[in-house]
Design a protein around this ligand. Structure first.
Ligand SMILES: [Zn+2]
Ligand SMILES: [Zn+2]
Length: 74
């Protein structure tokens, strides 16, 4: 599974489809690793799992915003 994911990341990088998490700023996430908030900010599932354990549940695809900034209003 690890090698498979690596291939997917490489393919996504070649296609310019990798996404950046707004919390950890890692930019090697696949679309399937990323969860958006209502305002369209993108967060990786690792940061979502750490920051909002209570929000992660079955069928939950929109989460409370995790942007570490008071300017975020979503
Ligand atoms: Zn992250
Ligand atoms: Zn947001």
């Amino acid at each position: 599974m690890g090698a498979n994911r690596l291939e997917m990341v490489q393919e996504a990088r070649a296609a310019g489809l990798l996404l950046e998490c707004r919390v950890c700023y890692s930019d090697e996430w696949l679309e399937s690793d990323i969860i958006p908030c209502l305002g369209g900010h993108l967060f990786c599932n690792e940061c979502v799992g750490q920051g909002t354990e209570a929000q992660v549940g079955e069928g939950r695809c929109i989460i409370k915003c995790l942007v570490p900034s008071p300017a975020a209003s979503c």
